[in-house]
Write a protein that binds this ligand. Structure first.
Ligand code: SF4
Ligand code: SF4
Length: 211
């Protein structure tokens, strides 16, 4: 169970300018904190053509999300961009299921104290606040890079493996490959701005696995 907040329009609108959209909305954590009305207002305010929408519980459940992706395959095919209203886990699941589509998250994922179920421990989101997935091809540099680099790679990557742990892939190599496949390498030019930790109620990222 994770808490999210809707990103500022100023971050999302330039990314989706006049693009045809398909929208996924996850309602599974609305009892923790999912701003249902704010999300609806955001979606209603979009001027883009929306070719389809799906609202479901637990987008973080990969098999479940996969069934929705299959069910809406026609609409998704017509979309130029898939927007996801969910935590970083749900956004990463959709992104991994739609590797040939541009997927953007419209939410930041917040760290909250207390038991959060299995989700936070099992998946690759450290609930860091200002979510970076829109600039990294849907792969999380905070949870998946050994050095939590937001401007990777570090230079130590060898043959696509991480220099800290050669058994794991270098996520920054994966980010580069994914953006290249999508024709979005220019996205990397945006990186360089310091992370806004004020988006998170904590002043620093939580330790991985804390719940
Ligand atoms: S950047 Fe990663 S850790 Fe931060 S909110 Fe997004 S998915 Fe979660
Ligand atoms: S090799 Fe890649 S994953 Fe490992 S620390 Fe460097 S940038 Fe991060």
């Amino acid at each position: 169970m994770l808490a999210v907040q809707i990103k500022a329009e100023a971050e999302i609108l330039p990314l989706i300018s006049s693009k045809r959209l398909f929208i996924f909305e996850c309602l599974g954590c609305r009892d923790v904190h999912y701003p249902v009305e704010e999300a609806a207002e955001f979606i209603d305010s979009l001027k883009n053509e929306i070719v389809g929408k799906a609202a479901l519980d637990y987008l973080c459940h990969r098999e479940f999300a996969h069934e929705y992706v299959k069910a809406y395959a026609g609409e998704i095919e017509r979309a130029e961009v898939v927007l996801v209203f969910s935590c970083g886990v749900g956004a990463q699941v959709v992104s991994s299921l739609l590797e040939d589509r541009i997927v953007y998250t419209c939410c930041d994922t917040l760290y909250v104290n207390g038991f959060q179920g299995l989700t936070a421990k099992e998946f690759n989101c450290d609930q860091c606040g200002e979510c970076y997935l829109n600039y990294t091809g849907g792969l999380c540099p905070v949870a998946l890079c050994s050095k939590n680099l937001l401007n990777g790679p570090c230079g130590g990557s060898q043959a696509g493996k991480c220099e800290v742990d050669p058994d794991m892939p270098c996520v920054w190599q994966q980010i580069f490959d994914r953006l290249a496949k999508l024709g979005q390498l220019h996205t990397l030019e945006r990186l360089g701005t310091p992370k806004n930790w004020n988006v998170s109620p904590t002043s620093s990222p939580p330790e991985k696995g804390l719940a």
